[in-house]
Structure formats: structure tokens, C-alpha cells
Design a protein around this ligand. Structure first.
Ligand code: UT7
Length: 318
């Protein structure tokens, strides 16, 4: 079976910053409450004339350039999103059109904040069993367009952003050694964003809502579980994991999970303070920022969790 790994990444965020001080002027909140409860200080927000495709294209071109391949060499694009520019065609094709990836097959996946790690797992499988060499896993989210800016409990949490990752079986630099995808559909009402029916009726059902406390506990448990289960699949002792790159939802979730994990040598990558929760773009934004800190042989665990409720993880040997 061919080895598969990631080779390069690109990332892009909007220029416009929405700070906690800006939010203080919009809803009854405070910088102190937001920082203490979430660790978020600011987030990036698309302006009305911008699209998520603008960011995805920028990220995709950067990722291809860093891998020294032309977009025309890509065999497929898997785009993770719960907030595409259009329902159809898939965002993957809109990216493909702009970057001139002329021979791709492609599709979007919607697994909320677990989407990036699901995308990597699907890409790995395709690259192992089909006659393909290069895939691009993109994640682009504009959740700020799906939150109610009069709802102080939720509007403070989110930001927009996009990432793109080249996955290949042709001399992969950073090997994917194990993956996991899971869900508990009995909890599908815990995190919800509405859709067509809500837009036709009372628009209030369209906006993001969640059972924050139960999602918090679920997230901490899942990070801990993935830390044990995923390395075991590859016969690796979890104590050898050097870095965990978790979904960036809340600093308290990350700190609580880190406390549960007894391995002293493990460091958690955090950038939620700058971008907030960017759903499936968040792990990629953190991974891209930390890229140069990793050394050859480091074990890096990416962990996603979110609506579904869903979870997933990818263990990479750098
Ligand atoms: O990617 C999707 C996955 N989702 C998550 O990862 C979120 C997981 N959950 C969380 O991160 C936390 O549950 C939140 C950050 C969303 C909320 O924190 P919490 O400690 O669970 O707060 P709470 O919702 O229980 O609210 C506590 C208090 C309430 O006031 P009372 O009832 O105690 O008087 C809220 O009304 O804080 C109040 N509150 C606020 N106060 C100031 C809620 N939002 C705000 C706000 N500013 N923005």
C-alpha cells in the first residue's frame, strides 16, 4: 500500500478585524467576559463584497506553489464547509475553476468543525486505492454570516478563514500514520445552523445555536479519547505525541483537555485568541502557523470535534 502524507499548506484570513472592544459596542458583553470564558481577543470577518472563495483560492495557490506543483496536476479537491458561497455547484469546483485545476474530480463535505480531519482521512484513502497522485483538501468557513449579532452568547465566538493542504502519495513529506472519523447522531440537535426551510419561514431558526455546556464536556472527552485511540491504531505509545493541534473553539476546552493528558512532553498549539472559532478552517490555521516549529520525526495529532456531534483525528509523523 502506498504511503500518503501532507506536503504543504496555504492559509488566508480576511483583513477586517472584529475585536472584543468592537463587540462591546454591539451587544451587552465585555472583553473580560469573552477572554475569561473563551480566550478569544479578536477574529477576522469577511466584508460584504468578499467571498469565501477569494480566501480559498489564495490558500490553494499558496499550497500548490509551496509543493512545487501546478494546479493542473491536482487529481481532486475535497472542500470542507458548512458555509459555502453557493449550495450548488460544490465550492470545490469554484476553487477548481479559479485556480485552473482542469482535471479534478471534487466534492464538498459538511462535517462542521471535524471537516478538515475528515477531509484528510478521505484523501488518504483515495490516494491509497485509486490511480491518483495529488489531492487538495481545502476548508473555508464564513460562519460570521450565520450568527445573529444580537445574540451575545454566540456572536462572540466565530471568525472567518480558509486553508488548503496538498496531500500526496508522491514523496509525501509528512506521513499520515493513522486517522479516525466518528459521530454520535443522537446528539445532532446539540449544535445547529438552519437552512432553506428556515430562510423561507422565520429567519431566527437560521442562525447558529448550541448547547454550549454539553458541547464543552463532549469536546474535552473527545480530545482525550483521540489522544489515546489514534496512536494505538498505529502501535504508537500516546506519550510519544509531541504536539496536539485541536479545533480552536475555546481556550478552556484546550486547557481542560491538556490537563487530562498526562504526557509531559506534549504541547498544544493555540491561536484561538487571534481568530476565534473558524469551524473547519481552525485546525489548518493553527497547523499552518506552527508549521516551522515541527521537526522531522515529531508526532503531531490533529483533533476535530463539532456539530453532528462529530469528531475525527489525524496523526502525522513530521
Ligand atoms: O465549534 C462549535 C463547538 N462549540 C464549542 O466549542 C462551544 C463549547 N462551549 C463553550 O465554549 C461555552 O459553553 C461558551 C463559551 C459558549 C459559554 O460559556 P459558559 O461558561 O458555558 O457560559 P453560559 O452560557 O453558561 O453563560 C454564563 C452567563 C450567563 O448569565 P447568567 O445566566 O449566569 O446570569 C449568560 O447570560 O454568562 C452570560 N453570557 C454573557 N455575558 C457576557 C453569555 N454570553 C455572554 C457574553 N457576555 N457574550
Amino acid at each position: 500500500m502506498k504511503s500518503v502524507g501532507i506536503r504543504s499548506m496555504g492559509a488566508a484570513v480576511p483583513k477586517k478585524i472584529l475585536s472584543n472592544q468592537d463587540l462591546e459596542k454591539m451587544v451587552d458583553t465585555s472583553d473580560e467576559w469573552i477572554v475569561t470564558r473563551t480566550g478569544i481577543r479578536e477574529r477576522r470577518v469577511l466584508e460584504s463584497h468578499e467571498t469565501i472563495n477569494d480566501l480559498l483560492v489564495q490558500a490553494a495557490l499558496t499550497a500548490c506553489e509551496k509543493s512545487n506543483i501546478s494546479p493542473g496536476q491536482l487529481d481532486f479537491i475535497i472542500n470542507s464547509t458548512l458555509s459555502p458561497d453557493r449550495i450548488s455547484p460544490a465550492q470545490a469546483f469554484e476553487i477548481g475553476r479559479e485556480i485552473k485545476a482542469e482535471k479534478i474530480f471534487g466534492f464538498d463535505i459538511n462535517v462542521a468543525c471535524s471537516g478538515f480531519v475528515y477531509g484528510l482521512a478521505i484523501a488518504e484513502s483515495l490516494l491509497k486505492v485509486r490511480d491518483v497522485s495529488y489531492g487538495l483538501v481545502t476548508a473555508g468557513e464564513q460562519v460570521t454570516r450565520m450568527v445573529d449579532y444580537t445574540d451575545r452568547a454566540n456572536c462572540i465566538l466565530f471568525g472567518d478563514g480558509a486553508t488548503a493542504t496538498v496531500v500526496t502519495n508522491d514523496q509525501p513529506d509528512h506521513l499520515i500514520v493513522a486517522t479516525e472519523m466518528g459521530s454520535d447522531p443522537t446528539l445532532s440537535n446539540e449544535v445547529v445552523i438552519g437552512g432553506i426551510n428556515d430562510l423561507l419561514n422565520d429567519k431566527s431558526g437560521y442562525y447558529f445555536r448550541q448547547n454550549g455546556r454539553s458541547v464543552f464536556k463532549f469536546a474535552v472527552n473527545k480530545i482525550k479519547e483521540m489522544f489515546e485511540v489514534v496512536p494505538r491504531k498505529a502501535g504508537i505509545d500516546s506519550a510519544k505525541i509531541r504536539y496536539v493541534v485541536p479545533h480552536q473553539a475555546n481556550i478552556r476546552i484546550i486547557e481542560a483537555a491538556a490537563k487530562e493528558i498526562t504526557s509531559n512532553g506534549t504541547e498544544f498549539i493555540v491561536n484561538v485568541n487571534k481568530y476565534g472559532n473558524t469551524s473547519s478552517a481552525s485546525i489548518g490555521l493553527a497547523l499552518n502557523e506552527a508549521w516551522n516549529r515541527f521537526e522531522k520525526g515529531d508526532l503531531v495529532l490533529l483533533v476535530g470535534f463539532g456539530a453532528g456531534l462529530s469528531w475525527g483525528a489525524t496523526l502525522i509523523e513530521w
